[in-house]
Design a protein around this ligand. Structure first.
Ligand code: SF4
Length: 739
């Protein structure tokens, strides 16, 4: 006889890290709801979180490896799959070199312990420079500006929304996205709390999003001009003597250079091109400066644009100029339980360059917009084989048609994924990923972007089927193959080696709590663990709240996290500067040279004439998670969501009715799409969501195929912000005509 159990775990689907209460009978999910005792989310849940059971049960989810034979994917054993990988990949490396194998890392990797820790092991073993990820369609500008200003690309300030009295948001729609690069379950509740305590929320966006509609004020802005608006705010602060660095007065360099850089961007200069009244810009700058505490927060709409890094830089600059950086209620730095001491080496890009266009490496990868050309263009170093891990770049990266052609022509491709999807259909071998309910979870990525310091660990809810390896074992085995150790290598020995390097680096680091200790002592203390759990335990024990392997008997360990299924609250964010800075100067670099060098291009943009054409922007929906939850029926049913939003004035001008369809064309491609006429979008702007286009032959997503939508990335030509290499997905010029 079976009985009903209730377990709690952290939702791994998005950045909000909500606690879930899961009721199940054996491996059948009966109900998932928000965990009211979770120390951070307090019962909040969005529609996606309650569908983890449906994802686990989805008959389309891959359970065994697939091998492509005569154009069809057929089930295979793990040994057969690895044997084929070894027989095909190793000769390619031998003949063409390591860079001939490209790797694409999709966004779901950062939502998994193995996905954070083990791809980097694989990359080390593969020794390729042909590395791409979703970061260059999403957030690379923030890594670059943080690297240059604070010395480390992951030292990212987050808005202290639980204590701020004034929040200015650009290009962010957390009512739909649930937050990004700022982890906070229940953004709607937290934003309402700002207003309830007498504070103000202002949203600047080309669309009146749900977030904008709930704010005190919404300001329309032309797509792609956010940095001009932000520079103008900084200009007003200098011009009107409102600059006050507060406690950071003596901790910065470059203030004069910064003042000179923003000087040409008076509100009256940028008013026409941004579409924002200069009077409003001046008022908002004064409000920012006068607020008891304030935070400026810019997200994806600002990053995926022509001047993404300029916008990201100026967001942090404004927080600093108003005395709100690193202060309660301003923009602060999280301090995650697993954070390891960072060395003040500074930040560098361009350690190597992309083969075809000579673009600089950023944070160890080259822009994903170059992936197709790196595969298609012949010559030394051409990519001949690809490994994709938890990603669907055909739908999620620019110039999809060209990438489709490129992947089709590869000599060999192996994918690790939950599904046979639009990208993995090109793979010769697909290795199944692990259902989120069958793996353990700790948020390595998002605890370091959290608006409150918390730590949660969830063990797997259900076991892996017999004979199914865990994700980290699959990645290690792949590493063994590409490094010439063979598919039959001893994975435990390899994992000991990986862990040994982690321990060795810590005991040799004077800033570590285990500096000088014998590595064997640490190994002995971890007996019985391996894989990501062993690394997590080590990182937590040597982290800022850790027990330091006995140095602080009350400190955190993985065992203590396990004893606290609702999470451990480590308190509100605390000031961390200047100690956390990794710049060689030990100060905040307000005016880094690579950013100053791009100001001239921005000045030119300020003088551009506004023509009457349409600009395309993206759109989020709370029931979508990029492309990867569209095979869950309850998340895609109902009204068609993949529509082109257009203003009533523009629709009328084009002669398109509410039920009409339009042809949208860009330099890259053409789509036919139904329109959605609305007053919530700026005239001259049209919006299409991303992650759709599930109508490609060869994929096996039965639910998604019934509601395929169109792939907006077929319209993105693959142009980039030159500083970060981030794709331009917002502000793409398009022509719209009735279909
Ligand atoms: S908001 Fe994100 S973390 Fe929370 S339930 Fe939804 S998908 Fe999961």
């Amino acid at each position: 006889m079976t009985s009903t159990s209730v377990d709690v775990r952290t939702c791994p689907l998005c950045e909000a890290t909500c606690g879930l209460e899961v009721t199940h009978r054996d491996e059948t999910i009966i109900r998932i709801r928000g965990d009211r005792d979770d120390v951070f989310s307090h019962g909040f849940i969005c529609p996606k979180g309650s569908t983890l059971g449906k994802l686990d049960e989805d008959p389309d989810r891959l359970r065994v490896p697939l091998i492509k034979r005569e154009g069809r994917h057929e089930p295979a054993t793990w040994d057969e799959a690895f044997s084929l990988i070894e027989s095909r990949l190793v000769p390619i490396i031998a003949e063409h070199g390591n860079d001939a194998v490209g790797v694409y890392l999709g966004n779901p990797n950062v939502h998994s312990m193995s996905g954070v820790l083990y791809p980097r092991v694989l990359l080390k073993m593969l020794r390729t420079k042909s590395i791409f990820s979703a970061a260059t369609v999403d957030q690379m500008p923030k890594h670059i500006s943080s690297g240059l200003m604070f010395g480390h690309p992951d030292l990212i300030p987050v808005p202290d929304i639980d204590r701020t009295s004034y929040l200015l948001m650009l290009g962010a729609n957390p009512y739909e996205s649930n937050g990004s690069l700022a982890t906070a379950p229940d953004w709607p509740g937290r934003l309402q709390a700002i207003r309830d305590r007498g504070g103000t929320v202002v949203v600047v966006d080309p669309r009146r999003t749900r977030t904008a509609a709930a704010a005190d004020e919404h300001v329309f802005i032309r797509p792609g001009t956010d940095p001009l608006f932000l520079f103008a705010l900084a200009n007003v602060l200098f011009d009107e003597g409102l600059v006050d660095l507060g406690d950071l007065q003596d901790q910065v360099t470059g203030l004069d250079e910064l003042a000179a850089a923003v000087e040409p961007f008076a509100p009256e200069t940028v008013g026409e091109v941004t579409g924002v009244d200069p009077v409003v810009i001046r008022r908002l700058a004064r409000e920012l400066a006068a607020a008891e505490s304030a935070a400026v927060y810019g997200r994806i709409g600002t990053h995926t644009a022509e001047f993404g890094t300029m916008a990201s830089w100026m967001v942090d600059v404004l927080n600093l100029l108003t005395g709100n950086l690193d202060r309660a209620g301003g923009a602060m730095f999280s301090h995650a339980a697993h954070e390891q001491p960072r060395s003040p080496r500074g930040f560098q890009t361009g350690r190597w360059r992309s083969r075809v266009r000579g673009l600089p490496e950023v944070r160890g990868e080259i822009p994903v917009s170059t992936m197709a050309e790196e595969i298609l263009e012949p010559g030394p170093g051409q990519i001949k084989a690809m490994i994709t891990i938890a990603g669907n770049p055909i739908l999620s990266t620019p110039n999809s048609d060209r990438l489709d052609e490129a992947l089709r022509g590869l000599d060999f491709m192996v994918s690790i994924d939950l599904y046979l999807n639009e990208t993995t259909r090109h793979a010769d071998v697909i290795l199944p990923g692990v259902s989120p309910l069958r793996r353990s979870h700790y948020d390595f990525a998002f605890n370091q972007l959290s608006v409150r310091n918390v730590a949660n660990y969830s063990p797997p809810l259900f076991p892996l089927p017999d004979g199914t390896p865990d994700e980290w074992q699959v990645l290690l085995r792949l590493g063994a193959v590409v490094s010439g150790q063979g598919a039959e290598a001893d994975l435990d020995a390899l994992d000991d080696g990986v862990f040994g390097m982690m321990v060795g680096s810590a005991v040799g680091n004077p800033a570590s709590s285990v500096h000088g200790r014998a590595p064997e002592e640490i190994f002995d203390a971890t007996t019985g663990r391996r894989g990501p759990e062993r690394m997590l335990d080590f990182m937590v024990r040597t982290g800022p709240y850790g027990d330091g392997y006995g140095a602080d008997p009350d400190g955190l360990t993985l065992d203590r996290l396990k004893q606290a299924p609702h999470g451990i609250d480590l308190g509100p964010l605390r000031p961390r500067l200047p100690e956390a800075l990794c710049t060689p100067s030990g100060r905040v670099e307000l005016a880094p040279e690579p950013l100053l060098a791009d100001v001239a291009r921005l000045r030119e943009a300020a003088t551009r004439a506004v023509n009457g054409g349409f600009l395309l922007i993206g759109r989020r929906h709370v029931r979508s998670n990029n492309s990867w939850m569209h095979n869950i029926d309850v998340l895609v049913k109902g009204k068609e969501r993949c529509t082109l939003q257009i203003s009533a004035d523009d629709a009328s001008r084009l002669g398109v009715g509410a039920d009409g369809r339009v042809k949208v064309s860009s330099a890259a491609g053409t789509l036919i799409v139904p329109v959605e006429v609305t007053d919530d979008i700026m005239p001259g702007v049209v919006s299409l969501p991303h992650g759709w286009g599930h109508d490609l032959e060869g994929s096996a997503l039965s639910v998604a195929a019934d509601r395929p939508g169109v792939n907006t990335n077929r319209l993105s030509p693959g142009e980039m912000d030159p500083v970060s290499g981030n794709a331009i997905l917002n502000g793409i010029p398009v022509e719209v005509v009735p279909a």
